[in-house]
Design a protein around this ligand. Structure first.
Ligand SMILES: [Zn+2]
Length: 399
């Protein structure tokens, strides 16, 4: 069984320290390299689909969350306020309120819509049971979030586009949804009490799912406090299910923040907010990827994409030159020289690296390397220039 906590430690991806605290993992360089690869991929995917990226602070005044409704419906999951200069600040429980304010900060016309804003930013949850050493229940996470502000008649199209985006990303990450879930509100103070608003949002989501012929289950008490959502569920090899990607339609926050745009009739209209997360939090996604791939990540995600293995010290200069060229070409490449053991031992130590480039006397003399794949097969001998192009293509995500 691939337990991400055990693998994360073995692969030097992440760890925790009692002085930092439970539920507050940090990433080692290899873990941070994967995070950067995911972040770059999602940024580019979103950019190609019409998103503009914003950047906003990880905390705000308590009043912001009173306005957004988090304070009334979600405060038990929030860190307590910090008092500074007579004002109270809260670590943000979500990015939505910041994005609503960014929308409201300028006058918007119907010609600006749909306005798609995205951010990968910090968000915080006061978990009482941070599971020590894991990435699943954490108190600090980097969330891939996005909000589409649009007229109601564009919402279905935007929800469908967000589902397409999620499917494309999952294919690229090498993961598969176990099921789609329509997550509905429940009873009690955790949910906004406005049945008409819930019905309206639910109808929009059901329509999109029906139009796509997408089978789904429904579950009460799993919605956001302000509205229902479509959750794309994943199951870890250990059987644990989680919601990572999600699409929501929201009539509540646009009201709370009094959002408006000027319509073709020159009057003010209320937009709807489509909330969506393609990969959820980096931490949760990383734990899922570690378990699914068992450390043998797709080449574009691998912390080290190519390792250069000189057979003997005589080939060290050629091997170092090859590492340099690969690094300059944007690849994550490193050297494992004869001081690290026999060639066989070095290959075993780097068995999870997608490309193992062996440089013997013949290759060094001819300016080439022999390419070995991690399944043990040989991809032949390639001149260094061609080899770098070969790796660059194979170690990049496709869109
Ligand atoms: Zn949101």
């Amino acid at each position: 069984m691939n337990d991400h906590r055990k693998l994360g430690r073995e692969l030097d991806l992440f760890d925790t320290d009692p002085l930092i605290g439970s539920g507050l993992p940090y990433l080692f360089p290899d873990g941070a390299a994967i995070r950067k690869a995911i972040e770059d991929y999602v940024f580019e995917l979103e950019r190609r689909h019409g998103y503009r990226h914003v950047s906003s602070p990880v905390l705000a005044k308590r009043e912001l969350y009173e306005r957004s409704g988090h304070w009334a419906h979600y405060s038990e999951d929030m860190f307590p306020p910090m008092e500074v200069g007579g004002e109270q600040f809260v670590l943000r429980p979500s990015l939505c309120p910041h994005h609503a304010l960014i929308f409201a900060a300028r006058q918007r016309s119907h010609r600006d819509l749909p306005l798609r804003l995205a951010e990968l930013g910090g968000q915080y949850r006061a978990e009482l049971s941070g599971v020590l050493g894991g990435l699943v229940r954490v108190r600090s996470m980097q969330l891939n979030d996005g909000h589409v502000f649009c007229p109601l008649d564009q919402a279905a199209e935007e929800i469908a586009a967000a589902l397409d985006l999620i499917q494309a990303a999952h294919a690229q990450l090498g993961i598969r949804a176990s099921r789609y879930r329509l997550s509905l509100g429940g009873d009690g103070a955790k949910y906004v009490d406005d049945p008409a608003l819930w019905d309206r949002a639910e109808a929009v989501l059901r329509d999109v799912l029906a139009q796509r012929g997408q089978p789904y289950d429904e579950e009460k008490g799993e919605g956001a406090f302000y509205g229902p959502k479509i959750d794309i569920q994943l199951v870890d090899p250990s059987g644990r299910e989680s919601s990572i990607a999600t699409v929501q339609v929201d009539f509540f926050q646009p009201d709370r923040f009094d959002l408006s745009y000027v319509g073709p009739d020159q009057r003010d209209h209320r937009p709807v907010m489509v909330h969506r997360s393609v990969i959820g939090s980096v931490e949760r996604m990383l734990s899922h990827l570690v378990e699914v791939h068992g450390g043998a990540f797709p080449a574009w995600l691998a912390p080290v994409q190519a390792v250069v293995l000189p057979v003997s010290d005589a080939e060290l200069p050629a091997a170092r030159a090859l590492v340099r060229r690969a690094v300059e070409a944007g690849l994550r490449a490193e050297l494992a020289g004869p001081d690290r053991g026999s060639l066989g031992a070095r290959i075993r130590a780097h068995r999870l690296v997608p490309y193992q480039l062996v440089v013997g006397a013949r290759e060094a003399a001819g300016g080439s390397a022999a390419v070995r794949l991690r399944d043990g097969s040989q991809a032949g001998e390639l001149p260094v220039g061609e080899l770098v192009d070969f790796l660059r293509v194979r170690a990049s995500p496709s869109f």
